[in-house]
Design a protein around this ligand. Structure first.
Ligand code: MRU
Length: 355
């Protein structure tokens, strides 16, 4: 199977991390160079790099960069600095658990390392590379498992962007659609715009165009009507965190989409890597929901003019919680999990697969 672009990679010549600047798409496909852990933190916070798996891998490179930028020749002092950098990176976005997962992975290597400072620097870069490569393989496995659920001529609604851009490559929910398309299934995708940052309209639509998969963008609020009037066969989205009972935390709007699917007997699936499962959160209510700058909501123009009255205020919660009872299945690299999810997730945990 061929894939064409990596959204994050290490540039050996320039000795820096390169990321696709998602804030420029679809107008321009541009790579941004990240030279320091501060550059990485800023890219994640400003959503230049976004999507749970992409954020995780980018943060892993952030720790590797921190080890190289530090002036500490004393290994213990360097280790303290790397832990501080880890905390700093974790504070950039609170909801996607892949960020915690990746930082903890890197810091556990730091804690166990007994070699020299330069060997630690090398080991951290190799570890970040390994997490990046694993992400691609994981997504291909998710795609293989999920594609079996899609039928020829299916019409699918997806929300936000869970594609190659949101991962290192290939994507999770969009990877499932991509593989089914490559298998020859004739699909049509309805893409929620995904207010306020328009990850659907800007990024998912851009990716689907690259893959030659037919789609239409719909306003988020149209999804309920489309589902109720029999225009949709399946709902498929990614996840930023999955609680131990199977509640899925994903881009705001996922809950309403899942409610409409459930009410009309349409199956709704979340696709995600096992690094997105948070067994320490018993249910979705235990998960912090990021609230971002109201400006993202307020800076809307229509026909070239500002929409909101001067002085308008807004709340900008960017994720929501979809109760597990609304979901038909959870697609992971280890297979598709079915209800009761607390049990199927526990079985996965006890099997010890990468968790
Ligand atoms: O705020 P974002 O754009 O980082 O939110 C991303 C999502 O909600 C995605 O659906 C999720 O991270 C899955 S990406 C494979």
């Amino acid at each position: 199977m061929e894939y064409t672009m990596r959204s994050i990679f290490w540039d050996e010549n320039l000795q820096c991390v390169k990321v696709i600047d998602q804030s420029c798409l679809p107008i321009e496909l541009r790579y941004l160079k990240l030279h320091s852990s501060m550059d990485v933190a800023e890219a994640i916070q400003k959503m230049v790099v976004r999507g749970a798996p992409a954020i995780g891998v980018c943060a892993a490179y952030g720790i590797a960069l921190a080890a190289r930028e530090s002036s500490h020749s004393d290994k213990d002092k360097l280790k303290v600095y790397l832990h501080e950098t880890g905390q700093f990176l974790l504070a950039t976005r609170p909801t996607a658990i892949n960020l915690t997962w990746a930082v903890e992975n890197m810091l556990s290597l730091v804690d166990q390392f007994s070699g020299s400072v330069s060997e630690l620097q090398e080991a951290l870069l190799s570890k970040a590379q390994q997490l990046a490569d694993e992400d691609v393989n994981t997504n291909l496995a998710i795609a293989r498992n999920g594609a079996e659920l899609l039928m020829d001529e299916d019409v699918i609604i997806t929300h936000c962007n869970a594609g190659a851009l949101a991962t290192v490559d290939y994507g999770t929910a969009l990877g499932v659609i991509r593989l089914a398309h490559e298998q020859g299934k004739r699909l049509h995708v309805y893409v929620d715009e995904t207010r306020p940052c328009l990850q659907g309209a800007r990024l998912t639509a851009w990716e689907l165009t690259q893959y030659g998969i037919p789609y239409d963008i719909i306003v988020d609020a149209a999804a309920g009507y489309m589902i109720r009037s029999g225009k949709v066969d399946r709902v498929l989205f990614g996840a930023d965190r999955v609680a131990a009972n199977g509640d899925v935390i994903n881009k705001v709007g996922t809950y309403m989409l899942s409610l409409a699917a459930y009410d009309n007997g349409i199956p709704a699936y979340a696709a995600f890597p096992m690094s997105t499962i948070d067994f320490t959160s018993p249910n979705g209510d235990a998960v912090p929901i990021e609230e971002r700058d109201p400006a993202e909501v307020l800076e809307l123009s229509f026909q070239g003019k500002a929409v909101m009255p001067e002085g308008a205020t807004a709340r900008n919660y960017v994720f929501d919680i979809t109760p597990h009872r609304l979901l038909s299945g959870l697609i992971t690299e280890s297979g598709v999990l079915y209800p009761p999810f607390f049990r199927s997730l526990a079985v996965l945990k006890h099997a010890g697969r990468n968790l």
